[in-house]
Each structure stands twice: as C-alpha cells, then as structure tokens.
Design a binder for this molecule. Structure first.
Ligand code: ZN
Length: 99
C-alpha cells in the first residue's frame, strides 16, 4: 500500500512540474543558521519570493504509510487506486490523442 501512495505523490508532483509549478522535494532540515530547507531549497528564501501572494501549498510525505482508498469511477464504475480512473484516462487518450 505504501508503494501505491508514494507513487501517487510522485505522480502528483510530476504533474505539477509539467504545469510549470514549483515543486520541492527532499529531506526537511534545519540548517545551523536556523533556516529551514527542503532538500536544497531554502524555504525562507522561497517564502520571501512569494510574500503577499495567495498560494496553494501541497505537502506529501513519502513516509506516509496510510493505505490508499479504493475509489469508484463515476463514469465507468470501475474501482481504481490511481489519481484518476486509468480506464477512462486511456479512453480519453485514445479518443482525443492526449490526456
Ligand atoms: Zn472510469
């Protein structure tokens, strides 16, 4: 189950990256100077660049071991554990030529 959640988080991050959104990944650490980092990203610097903006911040822990809920597709009725129904996604790609 953990592998499924982990894969879903990485897929979400990949989609965000493809949308040209900022994605940070890495270990959260507090440096000796008191500044917080996510991997090589300086959080204080990043937050300063966006001061005053309305943001959506999504955090996903790769250590999260909660099971992924099975969902039922409202279009085709199949059960799936991915971010979206893989059957309907495949059909969309087949019919439109893209996702
Ligand atoms: Zn479906």
């Amino acid at each position: 189950m953990t592998a499924i959640r982990r894969a879903a988080i990485l897929k979400l991050a990949s989609t965000a990256y493809e949308m040209d959104l900022q994605v940070m990944n890495g270990v959260v650490q507090k440096a000796a100077n008191g500044r917080w980092h996510v991997g090589s990203h300086d959080l204080v610097e990043w937050l300063s660049q966006h001061e005053g903006e309305e943001l959506v911040v999504v955090l996903g822990s790769l250590a999260d071991e909660r099971p992924v809920e099975t969902r039922t597709c409202r279009t085709c009725g199949r059960d799936y554990m991915d971010l979206e129904c893989p059957y309907c996604r495949a059909n969309r790609i087949r019919l439109r030529g893209h996702a």
